[in-house]
Design a protein. Structure first.
Length: 514
């Protein structure tokens, strides 16, 4: 018995060591998304030498569970691609921004004193992290630098007080801002990663192969399908007026900046109750609090900061970015169209239930460390996008065509992201053209469209929302065929979410185990 226990313990150490090497190369994400708080107060070594050392540590003995082995291998291959072959730490300041970001310590996952100490330790390492960033960032394009400059500047909001640590951090931060400003002014105007690189970035992390031509074709078909859904919803609202006239009026119906959070809180309660009634997610316990997004994260309209699977249970946070009160009134109103009473319900379904919040609750119940820790963004975002249309299918606010219109508008934005990611990174589209595409195909205001186009420069995989949704819809049809009369949405959703947040190419395991 002693020998058997020893071998079991050794296997556990091997597994943890191999997983640890992946976590070490994704430190900010692991700290917050997975709740690996052994990384609190620490920074990732994103210097060229540090990245090479981290990549060399990847790999090791095969896991016993075949699905987990494929899952772990996929993340190892993705890191070798992103940081090895493509060297994205040299061209994407977002990786370094995430390395510096202190907002993760705001969520009460631990006692305040413990989080404050971790935050102070993290802040003390800002000069080191900035030095690494300055050493690595030598290939930043002007559009990427311009798009991320406000977020980089916003990091300063996390520096409080006049202690020596804060003064050193401010000095280091100023150096980083200066570097990004210089890239914004004189960096390469071309943002394109290239078709081969983009195809790999979309395929390798999902254990699949991507054909960009086929994706672009499917995106056009999807755009036309969604436009037909939007037209139908608008006809139900007013048969005598065209979609082009109805949509601006719908988008103009929104709360003021001060009231957006209150409306989001009411919607959160509504979607939680509806999701529970229809059993569309296997777990819906826990608390979800609506709050303002931290300044360093206000490049996104809304996001979910969930109670992560690796930490004691606590509240999750639905974070929203209303316009700044210092903006001109017309710019505030233009930004607020993204929180219209037509679109905010869909945003809330996506972020809360059955979307990200519900997914986060399921992750806490995943059966293995790999499944609780390594999360495919394409599955996570694909799931949240998929359930938006499920809500229409299952009758959420069935008597109000505005919800179907809002779902179609949101989905048009997502599929336009895919089209623009392909265009921007294959060099067939520039930021101005991408902005106009969002305005034309997704009916977005100029401010929202420009924000989406800018995001495409530094987030080349943001087409993953639609890519992931398609993978789930395709899997749903395979599950229907395999399970016959035994198919139901609760069964299908529970089987998928039992896998955690798996790479898209591994989703068929859900049909087998479901």
């Amino acid at each position: 018995m002693a020998l058997g226990f020893g071998l079991k313990a050794l296997r556990s150490v091997v597994v943890n060591s191999r997983l640890r090497a992946v976590c070490d190369l994704s430190l900010p994400l692991m700290r917050e998304g997975a709740g690996r708080h052994e990384y609190d107060g620490k920074i990732q070594d994103l210097s060229p030498a540090g990245v090479r050392s981290g990549l060399a540590a990847l790999g090791g003995p095969e896991l016993d569970d075949a699905h987990d082995e494929a899952h772990l291998q996929t993340f190892e291959a993705d890191l070798q691609l992103q940081l090895g072959e493509l060297e994205l730490h040299r061209r994407l300041p977002l990786l370094h921004l995430e390395n510096l970001d202190l907002a993760a310590y705001d969520r009460p996952y631990a006692p305040e004193a413990e989080r404050a100490a971790a935050r102070e330790a993290h802040l003390a390492r800002w000069p080191e992290a900035v030095e690494m960033a300055l050493e690595s960032l030598d290939s930043v394009s002007a559009p990427v630098a311009s798009a991320l400059l406000p977020a980089v500047q916003g990091l300063a909001a996390g520096i409080q007080g006049d202690q020596p640590t804060a003064a050193a951090a401010r000095k280091a931060h100023a150096r980083l801002v200066d570097r990004i400003e210089k890239f914004a002014a004189s960096g390469d105007p071309d943002v394109a990663l290239g078709a081969e690189a983009l195809a790999k970035l979309m395929g390798v992390p999902e254990a699949t192969t991507v054909d960009l031509t086929d994706l672009a074709r499917r995106a056009d078909v999807e755009r036309d399908r969604l436009r037909a859904m939007l037209d139908d919803a608008c006809r139900r609202l007013d048969a005598s007026t065209g979609t082009e006239q109805i949509v601006p009026a719908l988008m103009a119906d929104h709360a003021t900046g001060d009231d957006v959070l209150a409306e989001a809180r009411d919607l959160t309660a509504e979607v939680m109750a509806w999701t529970a009634e229809h059993r569309l997610a296997p777990y819906l316990d826990g608390e979800c609090i609506v709050e303002l997004a931290p300044e360093s994260r206000r490049w996104a309209v809304a996001m979910m900061a969930w109670s992560a699977p690796g930490e004691p249970d606590a509240a999750s946070y639905y974070q929203i970015t209303p316009p700044e009160p210092t903006w001109p009134v017309d710019e505030q109103n233009e930004w607020l169209t993204m929180f219209s009473r037509t679109t905010l319900p869909t945003v809330t379904v996506h972020e809360v239930a059955p979307g990200h919040f519900s997914h986060g609750r399921a992750l806490r119940h995943a059966s293995t460390e790999v499944r609780r820790t390594l999360m495919s963004d394409a599955f996570a975002e694909g799931w949240a996008h998929y359930v938006e249309e499920v809500a229409v299918e299952e009758g959420f606010r069935a008597g109000d065509p505005r919800f179907a219109a809002g779902m179609a508008l949101d989905a048009l934005c997502r599929v336009t992201r895919l089209a623009c990611a392909i265009g921007l990174h294959t060099g067939t589209m520039d930021v101005g053209e991408a902005t106009r595409r969002f305005q034309t195909d997704a009916f977005m205001s100029h401010a929202g469209a420009a924000s989406e186009a800018r995001r495409g420069t530094f987030d080349p995989r943001y087409g993953m929302y639609t890519h992931g949704k398609w993978a789930i819809l395709d899997l749903r049809e395979r599950a229907r065929a395999a399970w016959g009369e035994g198919f139901s949405l609760p069964r299908f959703h529970a089987a998928m979410l039992s896998l955690g947040s798996p790479p898209l190419g591994l989703l068929d395991e859900a049909v087998r185990v479901g």
